[in-house]
Design a protein around this ligand. Structure first.
Ligand code: SF4
Ligand code: SF4
Length: 117
C-alpha cells in the first residue's frame, strides 16, 4: 500500500502543467492542502496568515507570483486542468487531467486532514 508521500508524487506527475497568462494569479486564494504537503512549505506567521486571509489571498502569493511553486499543493496544480476547475482566462494544457486521476486526488483530499495555507 502506498503512503501519502508516494501518492502526492504520483498525482504531481499525473497532472499536466501548462503556460498561464503572464503575470496572472487570478486563481490563487485561500486553499487547503494535506498536512503532508503543508509540512513541505516554509512557515508563515499568524500575522501573515491573517493578513492574507483578510484579503482573500494565499499567504504564499508574492509580488512575482507563487513563492512555493515547486511545492504548490495538488489543488493549485489541478486548477485549469479539468472541466470542473476551468481557468477563467481559458488557459489549459493540451491534454487535460485524466478524470480517474482527478477523482483520486479529490478522494485523497477527503481522506486526509486538510490544512488552510
Ligand atoms: S490557471 Fe488561469 S487564472 Fe490561474 S494563474 Fe493560470 S492563467 Fe491565471
Ligand atoms: S500555493 Fe501558490 S499557486 Fe497555490 S494558491 Fe498559493 S500562491 Fe497560488
Amino acid at each position: 500500500m502506498i503512503n501519502n508521500s508516494q501518492k502526492i508524487k504520483v498525482f504531481r506527475e499525473s497532472i499536466p502543467s501548462f503556460a498561464c497568462k503572464p503575470g496572472c494569479h487570478d486563481c490563487c486564494g485561500p486553499v487547503t492542502a494535506s498536512s503532508e504537503e503543508v509540512s513541505r512549505l516554509p512557515m508563515k506567521s499568524d500575522a501573515e496568515h491573517d493578513e492574507a486571509l483578510a484579503e482573500f489571498n494565499c499567504p504564499y502569493l508574492g509580488k512575482n507570483g507563487c513563492e512555493v511553486y515547486d511545492e504548490r499543493p495538488l489543488i493549485c496544480r489541478l486548477f485549469g486542468t479539468t472541466p470542473s476547475l476551468p481557468c477563467p482566462n481559458s488557459c489549459a494544457p493540451t491534454q487535460m487531467t485524466d478524470p480517474k486521476i482527478e477523482r483520486q486526488v479529490l478522494k485523497f483530499h477527503k481522506e486526509t486532514r486538510q490544512v488552510l495555507l
